[in-house]
Design a protein around this ligand. Sequence first.
Ligand SMILES: Cc1cc2nc3c(=O)[nH]c(=O)nc-3n(C[C@H](O)[C@H](O)[C@H](O)COP(=O)(O)OP(=O)(O)OC[C@H]3O[C@@H](n4cnc5c(N)ncnc54)[C@H](O)[C@@H]3O)c2cc1C
Length: 202
Amino acid sequence: AGVFYGASTTNAREMTGSEVVVVGAGNSGGQAAVDLARYARGVTIVTRGASLAATMSAYLVHEIEVNPRIEVRVESEVVAGGGDGELEWLEIDSRATGERRRVAASGLFVLIGTESRTTWLREVLQRDDRGFVLTGSDVDVASWSLPRPPYAFETSVPGVFAAGDVRANGVKRVAAAAGEGAVTVSMVHRYLADLSRESGAS
Ligand SMILES: Cc1cc2nc3c(=O)[nH]c(=O)nc-3n(C[C@H](O)[C@H](O)[C@H](O)COP(=O)(O)OP(=O)(O)OC[C@H]3O[C@@H](n4cnc5c(N)ncnc54)[C@H](O)[C@@H]3O)c2cc1C
């Protein structure tokens, strides 16, 4: 208990009066830190980067700078944690100095980014250099097998579609994933209509 992969209002309230650590310096991490600081005694943001500014919007960086309950540890990473049945402490390494510090923590909020898990598709679908699946106009048509170009969200294999975070060049947001899914349904219908037209013609 005490390790979260997101930061809801309920989680934040549970941290009332506690010390918490947020890992990640994106907008999700920054927003979580600001929300948690309304309830927690202290919030420490841990990031491997040299500053928040490279990855976080300026308005959040400013909110964090002026919030006395939030501390930022740059060039650092969480390397260990423990407790008796629930999280009680974490160890944070400074990559700059090599110093390791043990801090009290009742909550660890992990708000770090997306990684693709598509290695199993590598010989089947075109992917970018980070493993995200190419779709629509991003598909290299040199190896595309149909006279028409790929439909929106169609991968390099006709009739196979990808929507949401797994797609290359997507915006990696919930609303985008849901919207792309909805559009993909209509593209699948279009693909199926093509197939029935072709089988009717032959
Ligand atoms: C820390 C964090 C904070 C975020 N905060 C926000 C936010 O505040 N607002 C916002 O809009 N977005 C936020 N996002 C992004 C948002 O979560 C994603 O954009 C969204 O969840 C993408 O939806 P998806 O369906 O494409 O992928 P996912 O939600 O990742 O769903 C993919 C599903 O497929 C399953 N799966 C994977 N491989 C296989 C397989 N081989 N076979 C079967 N199933 C498989 C996975 O287990 C998972 O259940 C955040 C993301 C992170 C990581």
